[in-house]
Write a protein that binds this ligand. Structure first.
Ligand code: PMP
Length: 408
């Protein structure tokens, strides 16, 4: 029997700054969130107190096939038995790079690393090496990682580390053009997420005209178009999230769902940037570990073979329709935004998030793990029955909310 969540928190407070930090710090989510988890299976997770949840966060994105997916675990076990961190990468690095180049039309080559931040940072390095320019255009409020150039908190960073960023407004091509003009010919890259998924805000799908517009802008000013597909990658389209718009980036940053929970990130790029990519010194002790590469290969193959995107879309449609009906029947006006596979729900006139936090706390009590101010993630393991189980919990949570706030 492991320690309770409360006693683990008490012990952590003595040996970890703040007891916990970063995006998994449950203290900043809202009331009622467990901090520590024991295990996951499919689309369920169990916290340190042994409580079971239908998991609508999927480890904040990485879990795309379900926790401990058999095909991935088999590939991991086989590679683990052979070795993980060797004096050079395993053959699996070449196999994975070939698979990604075959799957992603904008990819002619792949560089691997560990985290999404590694990939976004490396993509900008390639763009700067290629152009000899400094400035990067990024959308206001977008999250691209936790290094000093992009962490949302200025603590521990200097203004210099962000001096080369110029912001534009998402889905506003005129503002991107204005940002480019401000840079006076010194733009190395435009970095953009496939849709607007900023925390605390309703999500916003990309306007295809905006996507095509930033592509044309990058071409016109000779900058690289970088898509940060770290969060959305492989959930919207295996080929890349803007492929349905016919918009191909010069560089793409991948991580999260790439290996169903194993630690790996990648930058893919076009032939034109192969030479500049080759000039970088960009590396890490664990970047070439073979186990996560084996996991990534199995993840992409499985997503392709089972049409994982359609499965996630089906689960997402069912969840969205169910939540809409429940909110209406309990008398709440809610907004559901973003792609159905990466959903979010907010309450009208809830600027302080009072309702969102009370509802998500009630969902936890009912065995459903979702989030009051960050988008959720679905996986290919969410069956109709799992979605219905989640909806049972969310319905009870709406009823509790109504008892507390009245309808509205
Ligand atoms: N870009 C985006 C769009 C992300 O959502 C994230 C992680 N939330 C990152 C970059 C950074 O990834 P990581 O946390 O793995 O460094």
């Amino acid at each position: 029997m492991s320690d309770s969540d409360a006693s683990l928190r008490e012990r952590a407070a003595k040996v970890v700054p703040g007891g916990m930090y970063g995006h998994l710090n449950a203290a900043i989510f809202g009331p009622g969130y467990p901090q520590f988890f024991l295990r996951g299976e499919g689309c369920r997770q169990w916290d340190a107190d042994g409580r079971e949840y239908v998991d609508l966060m999927c480890g904040w994105g990485p879990i795309i096939l379900g926790h401990r997916h058999p095909a991935v675990e088999r590939a991991v076990a086989a590679q683990q038995a052979a070795g993980d961190c060797l004096n050079g990468p395993g053959p699996v690095m070449v196999e994975l790079a070939e698979l990604m180049v075959d799957t992603i039309p904008s990819a002619d080559w792949v560089m691997f690393s560990k985290n999404g931040t590694d990939a976004t940072t490396q993509a900008l390095m390639v763009a700067r090496a290629a152009t000899g320019r400094a400035k990067v255009l990024m959308a206001h409020g977008a999250y691209h990682g936790a290094d000093p150039w992009c962490t949302p908190s200025p603590a521990g960073t200097t203004p210099n580390e962000r001096a080369d960023l110029i912001e534009f407004a998402y889905n506003d091509l005129a503002s991107a053009e204005a940002a480019a003009a401000q840079a006076e010919g010194d733009v190395a890259a435009i970095i953009v997420t496939p849709f607007k998924h900023d925390s605390f805000e309703d999500q916003e799908l990309a306007d295809p005209e905006f996507a095509r517009g930033v592509r044309a802008l990058a071409d016109r000013i000779g900058a690289a178009l970088v898509i940060d597909d770290v969060r959305a990658g492989f959930r919207l389209d295996l080929r890349g999230s803007w492929e349905p718009f016919g918009v191909r980036p010069d560089l793409t940053a991948w991580s999260k769902a790439l290996a169903n929970g194993y630690a790996i990130a990648a930058v893919t790029g076009t032939d034109a940037l192969r030479g500049p990519a080759q000039t970088l010194y960009s590396t890490g002790s664990f970047w070439f570990s073979a186990v996560p590469m084996a996991a990534a290969k199995a993840t992409i193959e499985t997503l392709r073979d089972i049409d994982g995107v359609s499965l996630m879309r089906r689960a997402g449609d069912r969840l969205r329709a169910g939540l809409d009906a429940q909110a209406a029947s309990h008398g709440f006006t809610v907004r559901q935004t973003g792609p159905v596979q990466i959903p979010w729900l907010s309450f009208e006139a809830d600027e302080t998030l009072e309702k969102a936090m009370a509802w998500s706390a009630a969902c936890l009590e009912e065995g459903v793990y979702l989030h009051p101010w960050h988008n959720w993630f679905l996986s290919a393991a969410h069956t109709d029955a799992d979605v219905d189980r989640a909806l049972q919990g969310t319905d009870a949570a709406f009823a509790k909310l109504r008892a507390r706030f009245g309808a509205g």
